[in-house]
Design a protein around this ligand. Sequence first.
Ligand code: FAD
Length: 458
Amino acid sequence: MKIAVIGGGPGGYEAAIYAAKCGAEVTLIEKEKVGGTCLNRGCIPTKALLASSDKLSTVLGVKKFGIQVNGEVSADFSCIMQRKSKVVQGLVNGVQFLLQSNKVSLINGFGKLKDKNTIEVEKADGNIEEVKADKIILATGSIPVVPEFLKYDGKRVITSDEALELENIPASMIIVGGGVIGCEIGQFLKKMGTEVTIVEMMPHILPSEDPDVAKQLEKQFRKDKIKVHAGDGILEVNVEENSVKVLLQSGKELEAEYLLVSVGRKPYTEGLSLEDMGVERDNRGRVSVNEHLQTKVENIYAIGDIIDTPFLAHVASKEGLIAVDNALGSNKKVSYKAVPRCVYTYPEIAAVGLTEEQLKTKNREYATGIFNFVGLGKAKAAEETEGFVKVIVDKEDKLLGAAIVGSHATDMMQVLTLAIELGLTAETVGDSIFPHPTMSEAIMEALHDVHKKSIHKA
Ligand code: FAD
């Protein structure tokens, strides 16, 4: 079986490696660097930068642990950016090595569908190569949304792509959009010394999470002196030589060295010739697929940011594996019941399943259990008492959703993700033994709190 994958992001490269491991003859077509948005312009560079700003905060906060730091503590921005690029390059090299060792043939060029079994690849030198395949997986990812009135120019008005390549610490930045990307980049830059102002249309930042979750981060942002204008929008933007002036709907005027547009991402399917092939897209440009990730053209599958599922690397990867299984003859579906959503700010945020807001909208009965980290021995010992665990259950005690705000939230969430995926109850999960002392004990306490039996809660 010959499988060709267009796009080498986390969806595409994992699909390619997995297909090769399953015995297929695989070609991966990538126009830039393997790793896609995730490795080159997304998950990894942001986390590498946040790791540096976290280290800075740690060093600045060690005095209370009885540690003396003699001498000045400061951030070397160009070193931080170089380290970030080194981390990215190391992982890109790692993916290239994995592709090679699994005998995936990688073609560097722009892929376009010629017919349902042929891809025409235009290489950097202008040469065209044709790739024949029995099954094709489209994994061409997404690009930032840049509404015209925000006057994106890539210099003063930028997206995350340019923000991750800045050469100097900006004096000031206005961030349009208080979603995950805006919050992560905003907090990193603030710790570097940038004056950061976030403008969010919705009533609170991280609008897809519950207000109590967002409020905890807003509280930290107040401590960090990050200004947040929630429930306000941008009316007008004026780009000047060294600054950007912004008029908000509320009438407030803001000015900064840069304007970062982080209002979302959109599928990137340009030049693929989808329509000529009969591959349909919806009115928002997302490739339409059935529950087996198959497009209207039977042997062509689509995964990741180009379809109508959460724009997340782990979703793209999972879809890649399922698309391969289906291309090889299975009839599998991806379960989207428990997709973890992570924000790598301080405090970290992780959420999974349904939110309280979603349940209220659906008029569904639910109960919650909540436990604040301040009640935990490990949190006190580590001075990590900010935040809480919240679990949401239905009337049969079955877990429907959860949120963790606090240290190690993103790593701890998998317990609850698995529980929701398996349809477990708060009682069953809470009855298992959690190690002491750990931050994860807050999960156990929140599960017990559903039945008002949390030992360490008043
Ligand atoms: P992509 O990663 O976008 O890869 C698509 C690839 O296809 C690209 O390499 C592109 O060059 C290539 N391509 C496109 N068209 C063609 C063509 N015609 N021919 C050849 N090649 C082509 N997600 C998380 O889960 N966790 C995070 O912490 C996280 N942080 C993020 C931070 C930022 C700043 C951003 C922007 C995104 C972040 N994301 C995060 C989202 C995540 O990066 C994406 O959801 C994920 O990369 C999508 O994977 P994909 O394989 O669908 O597409």
